[in-house]
Design a protein around this ligand. Structure first.
Ligand SMILES: [Mg+2]
Length: 239
């Protein structure tokens, strides 16, 4: 059994609490948009129309809010509110989401966790299907950009998940073999990348949009990366 020496993290839903970040954004932007038309009470209708249940905080992973562009959401909401032109709504929707995207809520004290992991000899990286530039900005805002040996996005030239390109680029950048890498993520695509790239370990976390049942490809599923050290210690795989 190869010793794990490199930890490759997904970003959204793994380092960043998906619902604390985006659930709050959905609520706030829908409330703003509904208020623009003089009826803030319609915010919950807009959320449900977009695929987010404000009562249970559950997001349909195939819904407009999960997958659609800001323009598509503006058109959808504008139609429901009876707004004649969606142009103003588009401005409010994209502006609102950009504002919240710059206020990511980390799942734990990331700088402290990353410093402890580095002190134990682990090499750390981030591989996300987001673009690289905003990812670097977010990681900077979270205070961890200087603690990472590798950062890649879907536009970094290695391809996106579930393909293995970013995992193999992490190996090339660090000199580690795939078998020495643990991939940690919140979605099926993260676990599929780990498998496609022959990673030594695939660890699922429950701080994203996917329920435990969806992460069947993972070797282990933990509540959040706050439990990663305990998992590693339990596996006896410290480098
Ligand atoms: Mg994710």
């Amino acid at each position: 059994m190869t010793t794990i020496r490199g930890l490759l993290f997904d970003k959204d839903g793994t380092l960043i609490d998906f619902f604390a970040t985006w659930g709050a954004a959905y609520q706030a932007v829908a409330t703003e948009v509904a208020a623009l038309t003089g009826d803030p009470g319609k915010a919950d209708e807009l959320l449900r129309l977009g695929g987010y249940d404000p009562a249970t905080c559950v997001l349909d992973p195939a819904s407009p809010l999960a997958c659609g562009t800001n323009d598509e959401i503006a058109v959808l909401w504008g139609g429901h509110l009876g707004v004649e032109s969606h142009l103003d709504l588009r401005h409010w929707v994209s502006g609102g989401f950009e504002r919240f995207g710059m206020k990511p809520v980390p799942v734990t004290d990331l700088p402290a966790l990353f410093r402890r992991l580095r002190a134990r000899g682990y090499t750390l990286g981030v591989a996300t299907n987001d673009h690289e530039e905003p990812t670097r900005a977010t990681l900077g805002a979270l205070g961890v950009d200087g603690l990472l040996d590798f950062i890649a996005g879907a536009d970094s030239g290695h391809g996106g998940k579930p393909g293995p390109g970013m995992l193999h680029a992490f190996c090339r950048a660090t000199g580690l073999t795939p078998a020495a890498i643990a991939m940690i993520g919140d979605t099926v695509a993260d676990m599929a990348m780990a498998r496609a790239g022959a990673a030594g370990l695939a660890v699922g976390v429950l701080t994203g949009a996917a329920p435990r049942e969806a992460l069947g490809m993972a070797d282990h599923v933990i509540d959040s990366i706050a439990g990663l050290e305990a998992l590693i210690d339990g596996l006896g795989r410290a480098p």
